[in-house]
Design a protein around this ligand. Sequence first.
Ligand code: NAP
Ligand code: MG
Length: 402
Amino acid sequence: MGKIEMKTPLVEMDGDEMTRVLWQIIKDELILPFVDLKSEYYDLGLKKRDETDDEITKQSAEATKKYGVAVKCATITPNAARVEEYDLKRMYPSPNGTIRAILDGTVFRAPILVKGIEPCVKNWKKPITIARHAYGDVYKASEMKIPGAGKVELVYTADDGSEQRVLVHEFKGAGVVQGQHNLTASIESFARSCFEYALAEKQDLWFATKDTISKQYDHTFKDIFSEIFEAEYKDKFDAAGIEYFYTLIDDAVARVMKSEGGFIWACKNYDGDVMSDMLSSAFGSLAMMTSVLVSPQGYYEYEAAHGTVQRHYYKHLKGEETSTNSVATIFAWSGAFRKRAQLDELPELEKYANALEKATIATIENGKMTGDLARITTMSDPVVLNSKDFIVAIREELEKIL
Ligand code: NAP
Ligand code: MG
């Protein structure tokens, strides 16, 4: 059987540590034997970022704008310890932050469900995807401690010099104060990314804020979503048989717990931060969580939700055996191939992407898994495989399917 053909290259962003080790094994065992891989390779490993003064990260994001679909390995965000460990010229910013700033997107995170790894919430039968707005609010807030009695006001000075003021509080004693902001343009692109993603996934979209209490701030989010939906997406949603549903955040939380899953939950920045950790732990494990950045122009960047698994990498360097879970990284590849297949109309490639996911899930459901899953499975006698043997076991399943 010949290898599956591609048309447009994927933007391939290699990364660091244990996930870089997995990246190569995944390519050797699960991709290159089956697909005539076309990719434009960018090495975002920390050494290469340092050599290029981080230009490579920007180039990889620009390439994503050119081709439309990228697949990214986890990368180190340097801190002081990393600057020393890698003898870096400077403390580079987070590659994900750099890429997000260039592509201007929203991050969608969804759990991968398998039998034997059961969600804590019994009625969750399908994945719940979180769409997190990644700009502003408490993450870009200005704060002040108020030492004692006095008046705090918000003052807006327009470029023409005119002013608007509102009283925050007349303090009788000590306290704290915080000023938050967001941007209409950013909220609009958040909304469009969510609507586009819901259409692509054919799933309902939920959005919730605290608009009853926050009548200007949160209400603006609600209004922008509603206006864009009515003007640009209502007909498309009707045609796709899906719905957009707005409710109060308290009501959303209550409904999520009672639901069976299978929808996208758009969250403001803070809600998305907190709720995605709740969802990933309730569904099982960070190593079973996919993540995709979707830009309002329809560019896609797929990755795993976890980091470079540093602790396992140091064991690997010492020659010790590791049992690192490659599922989320494999699903980053399958997600990217499926999107490429849909854009380029390549049914064979789409079939391969689906088969790769099916083989991965079947391997676990047959009782073969990595240590992190063996610790939480409801199966009575799981077989714990090392990092490489787990991927080789998936290859055996994949060969059966293909
Ligand atoms: P991490 O790589 O996510 O790992 C934290 C712990 O979670 C691991 O030590 C391991 O627990 C468990 N774990 C995570 N992924 C796993 C997997 N695939 N298989 C098995 N166990 C897994 O987070 P970190 O150690 O805090 O961060 C390491 C580096 O990753 C940092 O330099 C950070 O900057 C970077 N990072 C990158 C991204 C990204 O590129 N998207 C995201 C987050 C962090 P046990 O040790 O108990 O086995
Ligand atoms: Mg968090």
